[in-house]
Design a protein around this ligand. Structure first.
Ligand SMILES: Cc1ncc(COP(=O)(O)O)c(C=O)c1O
Length: 445
């Protein structure tokens, strides 16, 4: 470890989702500044941020308009508590979110990270059923493969063993359901043409348990942490009609997929779906500051309305709820997303990604894409997963670092969620370089 600062980092910092032993051989990149889609380290090396700093960045780093929105707000007020007090940036943001999201989502509850916005939706759903005299509705159906954050409540509806196994014993019991797996479809169908036959287990689970199920939570269209597993909107349509007929809340966790990632502002809006709760975070401030929002309906909100002695209030509070700096940047982010045909301008980029994805056809696996999200799942013969200890994805990551591309594969799924401002030329470089890295790794394995 050459830099004294990296030594200090190693001594004192516990980085997220990282085996710190790896830092003995590959220390973290000491990023000094970031500009557009690039990160620069102390030595001036440049890395293309193809995963948008954990899927948050939309407009590139150090954007003049976002910087101005932030500094203007900073001159007025950095933070105030959000009970007994309100402020203009939050009022503007709530109104904009309500106007832009599907009809029916009328109320916005702010918090400060994705997991928390999920916790809020779960708690609101549970309390709603209590207020409505159905206290037996205490479970949530969730998809195997789903991910909704890592606080204990959010983890209880996570369908990925790697995140939950060590904590299993303290997690509340929920209702895990086999979800879509289009790459390895057990029905032998294609996601482009199927009728979401894989909805069957969900339909069965919900109808058999509707008395005890409060809600069902899903990541619409793309199960991110599972390895960018993608499934068709017909699954969500079926889910909506089942939830409606059985009286079950539908919680859409669009934390990763909203704000242009799939090519539209919200998946629910694009596909005419009406969730009971919509969880938003990540791109909401284009990667500037932590902020999240849980949107819900007037029907839910009014169930919490009453006299003081009715004890109906929703008790959930975070010190940094609706931080004004974050709200101001979110307002600017939403203006930028919705003006001058910005979302339409993504279409040629989406097409370029698709075209460049063809170069992976000779590699065992699947290249898949939903809007501005693309992924290549690397497998052995017959779609067999590589042995865990081989760390194919990690080797690709190391090759990427050598070539100035910061990827961070999920297992053996190499994926791309670049800032939306990436150019078509940069998309070509991103995917061509990834191709080179993958070939280099597969050659020696
Ligand atoms: C779909 C989804 N939900 C929830 C979360 C948790 O968000 P946070 O990391 O801000 O807590 C994530 C984070 O990756 C996510 O992808």
């Amino acid at each position: 470890m050459s830099s004294p600062d990296l030594v200090r980092d190693f001594h004192h910092i516990w980085h997220p989702c990282t085996q710190h032993k790896d830092y003995e051989t590959t220390p973290p990149i000491l990023v000094e500044r970031a500009e557009g889609i690039y990160l620069y380290d102390r030595e001036g090396n440049r890395y293309m941020d193809v995963i948008a700093s954990w899927w948050v960045n939309l407009f590139g780093h150090n954007h003049p308009r976002l910087n101005t929105a932030l500094t203007r707000q900073l001159e007025k007020m950095a933070h105030v508590m959000f009970a007994g007090i309100t402020h203009q940036p939050a009022i503007d943001l709530a109104e904009t979110l309500v106007n832009l999201s599907p009809v029916g989502l009328e109320k916005v509850f702010f918090s400060d990270n994705g997991s928390t916005s999920v916790e809020v939706a779960l708690k609101m759903s549970l309390q709603y059923w209590q207020e409505k005299g159905k206290p037996q509705k205490v479970r949530f159906a969730h998809l195997k493969g789903g991910y909704h954050g890592e606080t204990l409540g959010a983890l209880s509806v996570c369908g990925l063993d790697i995140f939950r196994t060590k904590f299993e014993k303290v997690l509340p019991e929920q209702l895990p359901v086999q979800g879509p797996d289009c790459f390895r479809c057990p029905y032998g169908l294609q996601r482009e043409t199927c009728n979401a036959e894989c909805f069957e287990p969900m339909e069965k689970a919900l109808s058999e348990n509707s008395n005890t199920v409060a809600g069902v939570i899903v990541e619409p269209l793309v199960q991110g942490a599972a390895g960018m597993m993608m499934y068709p909107p017909i699954y969500l349509k079926k889910l909506q009609s089942t939830c409606e007929s059985l009286g079950i809340h539908m919680i859409f966790d669009e934390i990763a997929v909203a704000f242009g990632r799939t090519g539209s502002l919200f998946v629910c809006g694009e596909h005419d779906l009406k969730p009971t709760f919509l969880c938003l975070s990540k791109g909401i401030t284009s990667g500037y500051l932590p902020l999240s929002a849980t949107l819900t309906t007037d029907e839910i909100y009014s169930a919490f309305y009453g006299e003081h002695q009715d004890h109906k209030l929703f008790i959930h509070s975070h010190s940094y709820s609706a931080n004004p700096l974050a709200c101001a940047v979110a307002n600017e982010t939403l203006s930028m997303l919705t003006e001058n045909g910005f979302l339409q301008s993504l279409n040629p980029k989406i097409a370029t990604m698709k075209e460049c994805g063809k170069q992976f056809e000779g590699i065992e696996g699947e290249f898949r894409q939903t809007g501005m999200i693309a992924a290549l799942e690397l497998v052995g013969k017959n779609k067999e997963r590589f042995a865990f200890e081989k760390r194919i994805g990690y080797q690709v990551y190391l090759e990427g670092l050598k070539r100035g591309v910061f990827m961070r594969p999920l297992g053996d799924v190499v994926y791309f969620i670049p800032p939306l401002v990436i150019t078509e030329e940069e998309i070509k470089i991103m995917l061509n370089t990834a191709h080179e890295c993958i070939n280099a790794v597969l050659k020696i394995n």
